[in-house]
Design a protein around this ligand. Structure first.
Ligand SMILES: [Zn+2]
Length: 134
């Protein structure tokens, strides 16, 4: 594990036997601006969780963030993000991380939170794939 990957180690906890999902997650984390990386790493409430295949019943119970910004701040990634094309997988991961960075809110001129997450993900180098264009 190189030094850079070590920085992200706390965020990669649940992904030890999850290639290529782990690799895809690292690829996106590395591409993030340093202030975004810091925001995630320095926030003890921030976690990235892998949803288990089939077993919806034992999926982690997520506490929703409260209006004052407290509460958990979780990104949940589905296993199929390891099976789909790399560009689609990276886009979805970046989009979900963008939601987390924006606390599920707007971004500048983008008042729609889905458009905000897409725009921010694109600014990080992970544009919405063409076939998903609305
Ligand atoms: Zn979204």
């Amino acid at each position: 594990m190189n030094k850079e990957t070590l920085v992200f180690a706390p965020l990669l906890d649940g992904f030890h036997e999850s290639e290529p999902l782990r690799y895809r997650l690292i690829t996106v984390l590395r591409a993030l601006p340093i202030e975004v990386q810091r925001d995630f790493i320095d926030d003890p409430r921030f976690r990235i969780i892998k949803l288990r295949r089939r077993t919806a019943a034992d999926a982690p119970l997520l506490a929703l963030p409260t209006a004052d910004g407290r509460g958990s701040r979780c990104v949940v990634l589905k296993p199929r993000l390891a099976d789909c094309s790399e560009s689609f997988g990276l886009y979805v991961i970046a989009h979900e991380l963008a939601h987390a960075f924006l606390h599920n809110g707007p971004w500048g001129e983008f008042t729609d939170r889905e458009e905000a997450a897409d725009a921010l993900a694109e600014s990080w180098g992970f544009p919405r794939p063409e076939h998903l264009m609305r």
